[in-house]
Write a protein that binds this ligand. Sequence first.
Ligand code: URA
Length: 254
Amino acid sequence: MRNGNPQQIRLAQLLGLGPVWRVRDPGGFAAPAEPRSAPRAAASPDPAAPTVADVETLDWDGLEQAVRNCTACGLCRSRTQTVFGVGSRDARWMFVGEAPGAEEDAQGEPFVGQAGRLLDNMLAAAGLGRARDDAPSVREAVYIGNVIKCRPPGNRNPDAEEVARCAPFLLRQIELLRPRILVAMGRFAAQTLLETEGSIGSLRGRAHEFVRGDLRIPVVVTYHPAYLLRTPGDKAKAWEDLCLARRVYSEQSP
Ligand code: URA
């Protein structure tokens, strides 16, 4: 694939045929790094936790603190720490996942496990990066967040109540960031951002719109990286989704 055009080379990389998309640690998960901050003592659910109305007035620091202290659902009991989000707060791209896994719970940062390594490779193949240093310019900088800020035990799916309690934090992150494009990775992100019950299969392939107050942000739906690890045959479709997202972004931010 060395002789292909950049698009072909990226597709080959996406399919695992080139260096960018190769999973760097095929032997399993890397040992978790030291937590970024000291893990908090397990908390208990608190019915007086921040309400949606409270959350809507918070700035970045207040929001991060509200997430850190949140006891609105039972996930607070088993978490090591909350996982707020990562990336430049000037980022024009926002990628949204589901919920932290074991490594994210240990490190306090989204997508640092095996699925995160695949996501980083996907971002690199698309010329994007999660931190300002990884991104060629602010135009290519990505902010990454999750619908759920605490790890569900055993990485089970979040339940409807947990999503309902946690989604206001994500919605406020979007309001504060005001990204030019949202990429929803997986069913929980897509259904939360688009307020739909639709499947990934029915939502992929076209741009949707996230609407909140005066905000109108295009949304492209794609597979979750953890799904792609289990189903590598769908990586080509994920690459199509990223190409669609790039086109949508270029059209509205020339
Ligand atoms: N999967 C997610 O959806 N989010 C993470 O942060 C890690 C894995």
